[in-house]
Design a protein. Structure first.
Lengths: 192, 110
């Protein structure tokens, strides 16, 4: 990307700092999306500079950036939307989680998705704890009655009934949640 | 107190009609972001928070109502031009019909 060059050092520093803030605000996105947003903001600043008298570069630049707003604020909805598109395209769990974090307040759909992913994470965590603390993780019964599923801090007087079958069963449950959440995401994509 | 209410209402009206305004301006023309902002300001005397335009354009693009392309410039700083899609034109026509009907209904009670 070609940067705008200013005669005034102060204007150049303000400009560089503003672009740096744009880069930081979009750093969660893929490189093409980051570049696209940066190019658009740069283009806006350049075109605005051409349309107003450049008597004072600092004043002009400050006016333009003030009208645009704080990158950390006005870019939020764009970053959130683009992250969703990225997550829908890749189905990479990291992108999906980031997209959900950014969109959790944007409706019930994302709230349900977040709960689904929370369950998924818990199941994965339980598989790990079953390996490192097998006596405390599993399906626990007391006197033939169901008592707990998962991790217990004090398994005394409880009988763990699944043994290492707990791992494939939990893995299966995690898989079901993963498929359900992914299908929901796909549904959202095709609903558009 | 009353004028504060009106100011808020005006802001809501502007916000609610901005996508309609943008699609209408884009009909038959292509504009880059800054040019579009200037067009809105000049024709409608609307003071637009400029940063709000880009998220909205992004949303319109996601909804496949507009499309965009980068066009290189002699300055070395390219412009991103927005154009209305066929789907965008259909949606715009539906919005126009609703707008005209709404306008008629409001005029009746004014």
């Amino acid at each position: 990307m070609k940067n705008i060059e200013f005669k005034s050092d102060s204007a150049q520093r303000i400009y560089n700092d503003y672009l740096h803030r744009v880069k930081s605000a979009t750093s969660i996105l893929s490189t093409p999306d980051q570049t696209d947003l940066l190019l658009e903001i740069n283009s806006h600043i350049y075109e605005a500079l051409q349309s107003i008298p450049m008597a004072n570069e600092v004043e002009s630049l400050l006016t333009i950036t003030e009208k645009l707003g704080r990158p950390e604020e006005f870019l939020v909805p764009m970053v959130a939307t683009r992250k969703i598109v990225e997550a829908q395209r890749t189905f990479n769990p990291r992108h999906v989680l980031q997209a959900l974090r950014l969109n959790i307040s944007n409706g019930i759909f994302y709230a349900i998705m977040s709960v689904g992913y929370l369950f998924l994470s818990v199941f994965v965590l339980l598989i790990v704890t079953k390996i490192f603390a097998p006596q405390r993780t599993g399906l626990f019964m007391v006197d033939g009655k169901y008592k707990a599923f998962g991790f217990v801090s004090n398994p005394d007087q409880m009988t763990e009934v699944l043994g290492y079958w707990f791992i494939p069963l939990t893995l299966g449950a995690a898989l079901i949640f993963y498929v359900a959440v992914t299908l929901l995401f796909r549904l959202k994509k095709t609903k558009k | 107190m009353g004028s504060e209410f009106v100011t808020k209402w005006q802001s809501q009206v502007k916000k609610g009609t901005l996508s309609f305004i943008i699609l209408s301006i884009l009909k038959g023309n292509e504009y880059y972001g800054y040019e579009l902002i200037e067009e809105i300001k000049q024709n409608l005397q609307i003071q637009l928070a400029e940063g709000t335009l880009y998220p909205l354009m992004n949303r319109l693009k996601d909804e496949e109502l507009v499309t965009s392309k980068w066009v290189e410039q002699e300055s070395g700083i390219p412009r991103k031009y927005y154009t209305l899609t066929t789907h965008g034109e259909t949606v715009l026509n539906e919005m126009k019909v609703y707008w005209v009907e709404m306008n008629k209904s409001i005029k009746k009670i004014l």
